[in-house]
Design a protein around this ligand. Sequence first.
Ligand code: UDX
Ligand code: ADP
Length: 458
Amino acid sequence: MNICCIGAGYVGGPTMAMIALKCPEHRVTVVDINEKRIAAWNSDELPVYEPGLDDVVREARGRNLFFSTDVNGTIAEADMIFISVNTPTKTYGVGAGRAADLKFIEKCARQIADVAKGNIIVVEKSTLPVRTAESVRRILEGCGGEFTFQVLSNPEFLAEGTAMEDLNEPDRVLIGGEQTPEGEEAAQALVDVYAHWVPRERILTTNVWSSELSKLTANAFLAQRVSSINAISALCEATEADVEEVARAIGTDSRIGPKFLKSSVGFGGSCFQKDILNLVYLCQHFGLPEVADYWEQVIVMNDYQKSRFVRRLVRTLFNTVSDKKIAILGFAFKKDTNDTRESPAIYVCRDLLEEQANVHIYDPKVKPAQIFADLGQAATDADGKANDSIIIEEDVYAACKDAHAVAILTEWDQFKTLDWQRIYDNMLKPAFVFDGRNILDAAALRKIGFEVSGIGRV
Ligand code: UDX
Ligand code: ADP
């Protein structure tokens, strides 16, 4: 088969690399309108940082894995087309701030309608609200090109930072298709792709709507657990309880389980917030305001957690951070990724800048240009003078030198093994550490002389 994937992002790139690796007889081409991104996929420095991805791309690229900007040419030759473009939350018009913006998906569908030939299978891979496959189907049908088609929903469950592991050994693969002989045949073709390496019993087939809704539901449930434990973290800070101990105690209940109970400065990432907002929008649309409010509270709690973190920091620093140097360690939304979408670090830094602090940011994988874009600021002013309230540091010790406080916002492993004595010696006193991920050994830091605040623990 000729497989085409439209969209070379965090989902399309790693997923297609894995399919190409496992299915050498299929030719897999990932296309994108973003020339820089495609050039990066064809270079030694991939645009997506993901442990293990380099090796897989190196093995398959040029053999049966290709990255190209020739969107139309690739679609024209494809038997199976994955749509893996971004579906951000709408920022304008009806449903602004809630509904997914489907303009990129619609563009893809129209492009496919224009150039596809023969009998094709269109697979929606992007995170979409329920009933999007239906829109894709109607556009393809309405345009009436030289082809017949089936639309499948195949939501991706990989988590960034562990994408290659998740793709290699998924808990399940979900394939939603129309329940007609043609739909079942198309679903079977996709089952056969995954069956190259995924045990058959882990490949679930459902109807299209169930598959789409399952993706939103899975993310809503996971985000809800984080918001639940974060809600308890606020109570712990007000009392003598330690949220890490509470999480351990409840996590040993096999009905609850230990995962996704790590209290933090808040969840981020491209999916959780977007998917819950989508769910909220759908519930409102279907006249279910109580259900919408229920899920919206997960987001409210997450916003509260981020602003609570900053308020606590300011309070501890004698109620002012104006002109103070605050070292920010970590900017990505979680470790082992260079993705910053919805990262709590963005909100924390914005609030600190609002309080007139100077933030010195260190992250091992995020590029400076990305940080400035996320904070909505330029690296230099019109006269070319450097922005002196946001400094991106290449060296973690330089970031902490002469700082009033250090805030850990991403749980990068390297932060656990820093020379904290050296950091202490070079900081202003009293030296404060705000561990927004609860990864540091607070007792050891206190022995050095630091004043340490974690999340949900005193
Ligand atoms: C998520 C889903 O896990 C994945 O299945 C789906 O395909 C996409 O959305 P991702 O956003 O990449 O994946 O990361 P995830 O590991 O789920 O973490 C999301 C956020 O929650 C991160 O900011 C993380 O730091 C935070 N988190 C996670 C916590 O604060 N505590 C936890 O216990 C777990
Ligand atoms: P995700 O995390 O879902 O993979 P990304 O934003 O990382 O999201 O990737 C989506 C990619 O899709 C972007 O690189 C974007 O340029 C690409 N894209 C969006 N619309 C189109 C289109 N019509 N044709 C080709 N590529 C597109």
